[in-house]
Design a protein around this ligand. Structure first.
Ligand SMILES: Nc1ncnc2c1ncn2[C@@H]1O[C@H](COP(=O)(O)OP(=O)(O)OP(=O)(O)O)[C@@H](O)[C@H]1O
Length: 327
């Protein structure tokens, strides 16, 4: 099997009786990319991932891996592997046997599958626990085993469905660094479903924002964050104000708002909230049209000239900071 194949979704559609869960989406995942599918609950992320994996039938359209149509192949024949949210480890099998399970199904002899399982366990730094059962492992350790189990089939694309959601916040950040390291070392594509913007920004070379069964915007993480194309993306990525101005709707990053004396900015607003956030202070003000605007000000700067609710301030921004929105 050739390594490093591009994955292409062509008008990919999923219908469940009466519901269109994925509506003719098209996307080209370059080989070796770390991509995050990001979007609110119910937007079609998991259905997309499950179709790529072969765990869900394709209603219309196709999936090409390395130029070959894999849309109707069984999961084990696609060159993809999936790591599930629940890890789905077999409780009665040791860590090593869990990792080697798919090779056993494929009829590989025990010596070979144990050797391959041990290689995978080394990769995820779990060699010392190879003889344990899953219930003798922490959540983070179970996740490593699930990763090793998915990777043993040498997939070209690893599919991860909310892989970090069961972990506590501290472990989540550690495991996210691990995922990135593994992806870099293996050089294969990872497609990771999440509804966490922070997670997507931290991990992804490319972010694909989905909304209501469609792709709303796709591109490098920095582009999607800095230049959202729609109000939905700006709001969903967070950190932006979406303002309806005479020239149209624009997205403006909260940390690029400039607070000035009243009448000196582009708009005036009355302060409705002041929230201390440690490194920054979030100032919320209401401008014309009852629109709320948040300005994120470095804390030292805020305390040079503190402001209080009720005060009227001016708000400014550089032209380059305002991104016109399609809707
Ligand atoms: N097996 C199914 N039968 C019928 N409808 C389904 C089925 N699976 C998903 N759906 C519907 O399809 C739509 C997309 O679901 P999907 O699980 O792909 O979304 P998601 O973005 O992954 O959501 P979440 O973040 O909550 O997991 C939803 O409206 C959901 O209710």
């Amino acid at each position: 099997m050739t390594k490093n194949a591009d994955l292409e979704l062509v008008a990919l559609t999923k219908r469940y009786s009466g519901t269109v869960a994925v509506d003719a989406i098209a996307h080209h995942f370059k080989a070796g990319v770390y991509a995050c599918l990001l979007g609110p609950s119910g937007c079609g992320k998991s259905s997309t991932l499950r179709m790529i994996a072969g765990h869900e039938t394709v209603s219309d359209g196709s999936i090409l891996l390395g130029g070959k149509d894999v849309s109707h192949l069984p999961p084990a024949k696609r060159g993809t592997a999936m790591m599930f949210q629940s890890y789905a480890l077999f409780p009665h099998l040791s860590v090593r046997d869990n990792v080697g399970f798919s090779l056993r199904m494929a009829g590989t002899d025990k010596v070979t599958r144990d050797r391959r399982a041990d290689e995978m366990l080394e990769l995820v730094e779990m060699t010392a626990l190879a003889d344990r059962k899953p219930d003798q492992l922490s959540g983070g350790q179970q996740q490593r085993v699930a990763l090793a189990r998915a990777l043993i089939t040498r997939p070209q694309v690893l599919l991860l469905d909310e892989p970090l959601s069961a972990l506590d916040p501290f472990l989540r950040i550690r495991m996210r660094a691990e995922l990135k390291r593994l992806q870099r070392e293996l050089g294969i594509s990872f497609i990771h479903v999440t509804h966490g913007q922070d997670e997507a920004l931290a991990l992804a070379d490319e972010i694909i924002v989905m909304n209501d069964a469609r792709i709303e915007q796709a591109g490098p993480a920095r582009d999607v964050f800095n230049a959202p194309k729609t109000a939905f993306v700006a709001r969903f990525m967070g950190g932006h104000n979406v303002l309806d101005l005479p020239q149209g709707k624009v997205a403006l990053r909260s940390d690029q708002m400039i607070v000035m004396p009243a009448k000196a900015g582009r708009v005036d607003g009355r302060i409705t909230g002041v929230e201390y956030q440690g490194t920054h202070v979030a100032l919320t003000a209401q401008i014309a049209g009852s629109q709320d605007v948040t300005a994120l000000i470095p804390e030292a700067q805020f305390f040079e000239t503190p402001k209080a609710p009720g005060e009227v301030i001016g708000l400014g921004w550089d032209d380059i900071a305002a991104h016109p929105l399609a809707s």
